[in-house]
Design a protein around this ligand. Structure first.
Ligand code: S3P
Length: 167
């Protein structure tokens, strides 16, 4: 019944790790951003541009609640899911929360070529990433049941560690 929520900063590897965990466990996959794009019929950039961040957060919170009612799901969360404490509470009540960490430099290298993250568009540099990560750190740490460092590890190693620690 338990859900497994992967949280962490943009570019921490949540989507990649979720897909591999699904392959290994046969659980269902929810990729939150992709589901939001599909349900709204709009890109994340367009949702932010047309309706603003708070509306995106409302949509995100609604999705978290719906996922919590399902079980047996591996969830790749949006990087900002922890900014609303109600989301953290909902996730905690319906499963385990796995926090993937990476240094700002690693994150930068993973996200620098993308333009589909409105929070980073126009601020694509290590300093901004480090600053925002610092602002969110306590929220990620408080939400996490387990914490996995991803720097220098490949997908297989990261999944081994998660499976060993909690699945
Ligand atoms: C966000 C992270 C994004 C996406 C949106 C906002 C954030 O998800 O939900 O652009 O505030 O950190 P990823 O972490 O999957 O990039």
């Amino acid at each position: 019944m338990t859900n497994y929520f992967l949280i962490g900063f943009m570019g921490a590897g949540k989507s990649t790790i979720a897909a591999e965990l699904v392959k290994r466990t046969g659980k269902k996959l929810v990729e939150m951003d992709a589901q939001i794009v599909e349900e709204q019929g709009m890109s994340i950039n367009d949702i932010f541009a047309q309706f603003g961040e708070q509306k995106f957060r409302d949509i995100e919170s609604d999705l978290v609640k719906r996922i919590a009612n399902e079980g047996n799901t591996i969830v790749s969360c949006g990087g900002g899911v922890v900014v609303r404490s109600e989301n953290t509470e909902t996730m905690k009540a319906s499963g385990k929360i796995i926090f993937l960490t990476a240094t700002p430099e690693t994150i930068y290298n993973r996200v620098k070529d993308g333009n589909d993250r409105p929070i980073l568009n126009g601020h694509m540099n290590v300093e901004y990433i480090a600053e925002l990560m610092e602002k969110r750190r306590a929220l990620y740490e408080a939400a996490a049941d387990i914490r996995i460092e991803t720097d220098g590890k490949d997908v297989g190693e990261i999944c081994d560690e998660i499976l060993e620690k909690c699945l």
